[in-house]
Design a protein around this ligand. Structure first.
Ligand code: SAM
Length: 232
């Protein structure tokens, strides 16, 4: 095993383990999205755009069980994309996977638009609301009319007691995952200073402004929520 693969494996292990502590329903989330895509896409060949594909979990969750789906993943982090590539190679999926390093603007002009898209655990890393809107608008412009889109993001009103209670729930996941109270208190401080939380209503408004309809929240665990909608 080369040193690079060993390092990749360590990153994969740490990322995957922590994602499942932070979001105990992480695997169920991917299963739910797969069900909805399947119901929408039917049996035909379909192209799926994955925004924030680093980590490779969309590809590993949906690739082996949906042999007619072709994936294009885009991510500005080379390290995260390496994880995605590593997993796709291990599962022999690379013939159906294209990985693009960079922002979503790096997507090549395509002859045809995508049949479905996801943007999972990405939006809260973008501070500026106009930048969030721009990302959602670009995703919409790359989708066929009526195509399903799934957004999953940290969500909540910073000034609300509800977010405070949700953070306490989130802390309990990490306590059970082996962290102590001082560590989880620090983690809460860190995410409040680094993640961009928006209230649910504002996220839904951004989706509508970007050109999506039938916006439906289908998922919440701790501080993360998910919406399914369709390109107009
Ligand atoms: C927490 S990971 C989520 C990865 C994957 N979607 C999952 O659920 O396992 C967030 C990813 O979003 C990527 N990211 C950050 N800003 C982005 C942007 N503006 N456009 C696309 N991806 C972005 C990061 O590089 C990182 O790989």
């Amino acid at each position: 095993m080369t040193e690079e693969i060993t390092n990749d494996s360590k990153m994969v292990f740490a990322y995957d383990k922590n994602a499942r502590i932070s979001i105990p329903s992480y695997d169920a989330l991917f299963t739910m999205i797969q069900s909805y895509y399947r119901a929408q896409l039917g049996e035909k060949e379909a192209t799926v755009l994955i925004v924030g594909a680093g980590g490779g979990n969309e590809i590993t969750a949906w690739g082996p069980t949906n042999p007619k789906w072709l994936f294009t993943g885009v991510d500005p982090s080379e390290d995260m994309l390496k994880i995605a590539e590593h997993k796709a190679v291990q599962l022999n999926l690379m013939s159906r996977v294209t990985l693009i390093h960079g922002p979503i603007d790096r997507l090549p002009p395509a002859d045809s638009k995508f049949d479905a898209a996801s943007c999972i655990l990405v939006l809260h890393f973008i501070d500026d609301v106009q930048e969030k809107l721009k990302l959602l608008g670009t995703i919409k412009n790359n989708l066929k009319q009526g195509a399903p889109f799934v957004l999953v993001s940290a969500c909540g009103d910073r000034d609300s007691t509800e977010l405070h209670h949700q953070l306490n729930v989130w802390k309990s996941f990490w306590l059970d995952g082996g962290r102590d109270w001082s560590q989880v208190d620090e983690m809460v401080k860190k995410i409040l200073s680094t993640l961009s939380f928006l209230p649910e209503q504002q996220i839904e408004q951004l989706l509508a402004e970007a050109g999506f309809n039938t916006i439906t929240r289908f998922y919440t665990t701790g501080i993360f929520s998910g919406w399914i909608c369709h390109a107009e």
